[in-house]
Write a protein that binds this ligand. Sequence first.
Ligand SMILES: Cc1cc2nc3c(=O)[nH]c(=O)nc-3n(C[C@H](O)[C@H](O)[C@H](O)COP(=O)(O)O)c2cc1C
Length: 258
Amino acid sequence: MILYFSGTGNCLSIARQIAENTSEQVMTFYEATKLDLSRHSVVGLVYPSYYFNAPTPVVELTKQLTISPDAYVFIVVPCGAQTGNSVWSVEQILKHKGIKVAYCNKIRVPDCSAIGFGRNPNDQKWKFNKYAQRLQTIIKDIKERRHSKHFGAWGIAGWFCSLTWMKRYTKPLLQPQVNTRKCIGCNTCVSICPQNNISIADLPQNKFAFIGDNCAQCLRCVHFCPKQAIEIAGKPTPKEHQYHNPDVKLKNLLEEKL
Ligand SMILES: Cc1cc2nc3c(=O)[nH]c(=O)nc-3n(C[C@H](O)[C@H](O)[C@H](O)COP(=O)(O)O)c2cc1C
């Protein structure tokens, strides 16, 4: 069983490719918490790196997973550049539950946050050339049940970013906000938000999306908005900068079980 958390589809695409090649199934972390996974002999976790750490929902949902201590557990982190503590923080949670991570690796993909690369993730599509080869190695490793750990560098950055006071500075960097002048209240973001954190404010003169307090900052709403009405920290994301993994379509996200 391969669990994934994905905003713009990189993790979903990679989870699917690993699953296809290992005859496993794919499901969201959200769905997995409702099931008992202890009969599965292979459990993979695929999730992005956010601020050199695992996304908050991944940390919270991992605490609720039921996995057999005998399972071959692996972690793959598709990231823009550096994973920092993304693996370590989840590994610690599993360790407390008596579960050992056998294998972990990272894979560089276009960075949907585009911090430090300019604002256009589509400019980084060159990363896909190396990605395919690396993914094949990872799949081979998993098939052979290899035990090895490729931790990302910059663990210190992950530790720094996870400090409570530091989060006050990092969180606003990628906070999605609805531009109510552009939003047409079409419901797309409401339907695909994995955190179920967006609702529609239906006022007599105006209908627009409203983002609640439980945002995971996956930026799915930003990149899939048909009117480019969801901005990051006050900056618009034009259509040509909207990114999602080419293997993942809006339809796939609408079908996701959360
Ligand atoms: C809020 C946020 C923070 C991010 N922080 C990092 C980071 O610290 N290091 C990194 O290499 N990539 C970072 N990224 C890039 C994502 O890890 C990368 O785009 C990932 O592939 C997204 O997966 P997805 O398409 O499945 O959502 C960040 C992305 C977001 C949205």
